[in-house]
Design a protein around this ligand. Structure first.
Ligand SMILES: [Zn+2]
Ligand SMILES: [Zn+2]
Length: 313
């Protein structure tokens, strides 16, 4: 449809006034959303400092930004300070790793209080578990003759947690795979030498830390979990029952078809809808900031009652 409209625009270029053309372009390429409620810095596995991340968000036209590092809230204070200088409304966030029926799922907390003790302690426990997993992954890679991966991965984990992405970067840099997505398939997923079975937080625990701190629990990128219809319905029902209030509908991890699909599920299960790029830094294979469209019509945005959103809509 995009291409068709482009042709029509060119064909009618000299026949219609510029206002018509502006509307035609608008239909083809809608204004990106000014919201971005999912992003990462070097405090987890992103490549930009919190300062650089906020500066990039400002340059990309983001007006309401959440930093949601994996299992760590150590970048929030710095990001908030820089956001204030750039006239960006900043939302304290976090992305909590959860094990749900042997699968890893992610729960984004928005508007969390970084001082809430159960949240701080819970995240500390997850980070300790991350180190144990990293040791297990390195031992598996040692067994197939890839040595030095623990130190290699930690050399990329500059300010905070260790993640599979850091191992992936080490394996690409040392010539074991051509890019990040190839490295995951070859080494880091279930059944491969660098995979290490690990249990993250419980779903009820993660939701409890977030809501207990005054935040909103949002199921991150549900389209990425490869659940069938029944399992997805079970997850959504359980998430709702445990106090989860929203799901990501528009994210860098979803296709445009999935925007509509998850908008319908949000409506069906009574969830607020969230939107975020999951940006990890330039050249990281994730979508850039300031590129996502608005939520589909009919969604109730997670920011519906937020004072930070009032200046936008
Ligand atoms: Zn995630
Ligand atoms: Zn993320």
């Amino acid at each position: 449809m995009g291409e068709g409209l482009a042709n029509v625009s060119v064909g009618l270029l000299f026949c219609y006034d510029s206002a018509w053309l502006t509307r035609a372009v608008h239909v083809r390429d809608p204004m990106p959303s000014p919201f971005d409620l999912h992003s990462h810095s070097i405090v987890s596995d992103g490549t930009l400092t919190p300062t650089q991340l906020v500066e990039h968000a400002a340059a990309q036209g983001v007006r309401v930004l959440a930093l949601t590092d994996h299992d760590d809230i150590g970048g929030l204070a710095e990001a908030a300070e820089v956001a204030a200088r750039h006239n960006i409304a900043f939302i304290n966030g976090v992305e909590v790793s959860v094990t749900w029926h042997k699968r890893t799922i992610h729960v984004v907390g928005l508007k969390v209080s970084p001082a809430h003790e159960p949240l701080v302690k819970g995240l500390e426990a997850i980070r300790a578990g991350r180190h144990a997993r990293a040791e297990g992954m390195a031992a598996g890679l040692d067994e197939i003759g890839i040595t030095g991966s623990l130190e290699g991965a930690y050399s990329y984990a500059k300010r905070g947690i260790i993640s599979r992405s850091h191992f992936a970067r080490f394996l690409v840099e040392t010539g074991h795979a051509k890019d990040i997505s190839a490295v995951f398939k070859k080494y880091l997923v279930k059944g491969k030498p660098g995979y290490f079975e690990h249990r993250w937080a419980e779903l009820d625990g993660a939701i409890g830390w977030i809501t207990g701190s005054g935040g909103v629990a949002v199921l991150a990128h549900p389209g990425r979990y490869d659940l069938g219809r029944t399992n997805m319905a079970t997850l959504l029902a359980e998430f709702r029952e445990l106090g989860g209030a929203g799901i990501e509908v528009v994210t860098g991890s979803h296709t445009p078809e999935q925007y509509g699909h998850f908008a319908r599920l949000a409506h069906q299960f009574g969830f607020l809808a969230s939107l975020g790029s999951d940006y990890h830094g330039p050249g990281h294979g994730y979508m850039d900031m300031g590129r996502l469209p608005d939520l589909p019509p009919g969604c109730v945005p997670v920011w519906q009652d937020w004072p930070e959103a009032e200046a936008i809509h």
